[in-house]
Ligand binder design. Structure first.
Ligand SMILES: *Cc1c(COP(=O)(O)O)cnc(C)c1O
Length: 459
């Protein structure tokens, strides 16, 4: 065993001989620079985040934002009294989102930051459940007779399934088919009854990037509410779209302009351009957030309402969100998102031009490019092979089946983000075409059983 002193090079230390992944704590401390290097190196063998086109989550922020966030990690977002200025930044973010989402009365909105959209959706769902129960009891409905239900398209993100399991709600899925790759507005009301706590509209279906037609949904709900005592409401899951659409398609009515849309969530770490760990939910009016869900924490000698599920967490993500709002302003976001969309459209056109694919999303709503192999494509390879090929060049682009009813359809999806500049997109297109060319000639199982000489693929 070697002994270490401060001049021992990191890779000469005895600890560097051991596996970094521990099953139990080792006995003695490790020098911080050694610990830093070895833990960091342990993470080398992972995909490059910037080339990970499988995720909506941000992989780039200004160095100034990163610095500010690193310098504020110790602030606890729940300690409103100790960190009142941080609390003001959070309130300001809620007001900014209320304005972006066209809340009719800024004095009446309620909202909070969360860890992400999943926590935000839980809150939105709970608020609908509690409100439904109050109103149902008032009307004299036997609320024990049946489980309450939630109506959503089968393209839901898994957080809604969690919500329904955790809070004992029946999830009623409106099936998608190839003609309806978003909620089928001809059928949605068939799934509604007096036990429906609400309908979720999705602004940006995770699988395909398609939008539910929230305006059409709102019209249906208006008509329903005219003839029913039971009041239907809409929650919009805008995890990906709610911080994208207001900047690039402000005329699309999907938000609080529609009067049955009572709450909206978004992920600040998707097109809010913050590193993972921040989401938001807003209610259009206090009326839609039942009081049992509001708790008071002390704030400057008084109290402040909070409604998040989580208690302690770092405020740095909220500060990062505020930094972005402050730094970019409306036009900054608009420029970034417009350019991202342009990059997506460029990629989509290149994919289409290859002739092998049926396009599902051309990147013109969210900057998502999504496609499937043409049924009559005369090729040996599958989208999974193409995904492998792209991975050889560092690009992580998943292929996966669509949800229930469509699960025989395999699709592939590129999620374009702010840090995929036009130049990188060109690089990607070049690599993509090269992969197609390689696949044309590839024999995946190249070696004959008895062969010993060559290795690798043929070109
Ligand atoms: C990503 C996503 C979620 C979950 O969001 P997180 O912020 O990752 O918790 C929920 N709904 C939709 C539609 C999404 O795309």
């Amino acid at each position: 065993m070697t002994t270490n002193n401060e001049t021992t090079p990191i890779f000469g230390t005895s600890i560097s001989e051991r596996d970094v992944i521990m099953k139990k704590l080792h006995d003695n401390p490790v020098e911080p620079d050694v610990a830093y290097r070895l833990v960091k190196d342990q993470l080398i063998d992972e995909g490059n985040a910037r080339q990970n086109l499988a995720t909506f989550c941000q992989t780039y922020m200004d160095p100034e934002a990163t610095k500010l966030m690193a310098e504020t990690m110790e602030k606890n977002a729940i300690d409103k009294s100790e960190y009142p200025e941080t609390a003001k930044l959070e309130t300001s973010c809620v007001n900014i989102l209320g304005d972006l989402w066209n809340a009719p009365d800024s004095e009446r909105i309620m909202g909070t930051s969360t860890v992400g959209s999943s926590e935000a959706c839980m809150l939105g769902g709970m608020a609908m459940k509690f409100r439904w129960r109050h109103l149902a009891e008032k009307r004299g409905l036997d609320i024990q007779a049946k489980k309450p239900n939630l109506v959503i398209s089968s393209g839901y993100q898994v957080c809604w399934e969690k919500f329904c399991v955790y809070w004992d709600i029946e999830m009623r899925e409106v099936p998608m088919d190839m003609d309806h790759l978003s909620i089928d507005t001809d059928k949605v009301l068939d799934y509604v009854d007096d036990y429906t706590i609400g309908i979720v509209g999705i602004l940006g279906i995770t699988y395909t990037g398609k939008f539910d037609d929230i305006k059409a949904l709102d019209d249906l709900v208006t008509t329903y509410n005219e003839t029913h005592e039971h009041e239907l409401v809409i929650h919009v899951d805008g995890a990906s779209g709610a911080m994208f659409v207001p900047f690039v398609d402000p005329e699309l009515a999907w938000d609080f302009r529609l009067k049955n849309v009572v709450s909206i969530n978004t992920s600040g770490h998707k097109y809010g351009l913050v590193y993972p760990g921040i989401g938001w939910i807003l209610w259009r009016d206090k009326e839609y957030l039942p009081e049992e869900l509001i708790f008071d924490v002390s704030y400057l000698g008084g109290v402040m309402p909070t409604m998040a599920i989580n208690f302690s967490r770092s405020a740095s993500q909220i500060i990062g969100q505020y930094y972005n709002f402050y730094r970019y302003g409306f036009n900054g976001y608009k420029e970034i998102h417009t350019r991202t969309r342009h990059a997506a459209e460029t990629i989509a056109k290149a994919v289409q031009k290859s002739g092998y694919f049926d396009m599902i999303n051309m990147g013109d709503n969210l900057p998502i490019v999504c496609y499937k192999l043409k049924e009559d494509a005369d090729v040996e390879w599958t989208l999974y092979d193409l995904a492998d090929r792209l991975l050889m060049k560092g690009w992580q682009v998943p292929a996966y089946p669509l949800p229930a009813n469509l699960d025989n359809q395999v699709i592939q999806r590129f999620v374009c983000r702010a840090d995929l500049g036009e130049n990188l997109a060109d690089e990607l297109i070049h690599d993509f075409n090269q992969c197609l060319e390689d696949l044309k000639h590839a024999r995946i199982l190249y070696h004959d059983k008895g062969e010993v000489k060559t290795q690798g693929f043929t070109h």
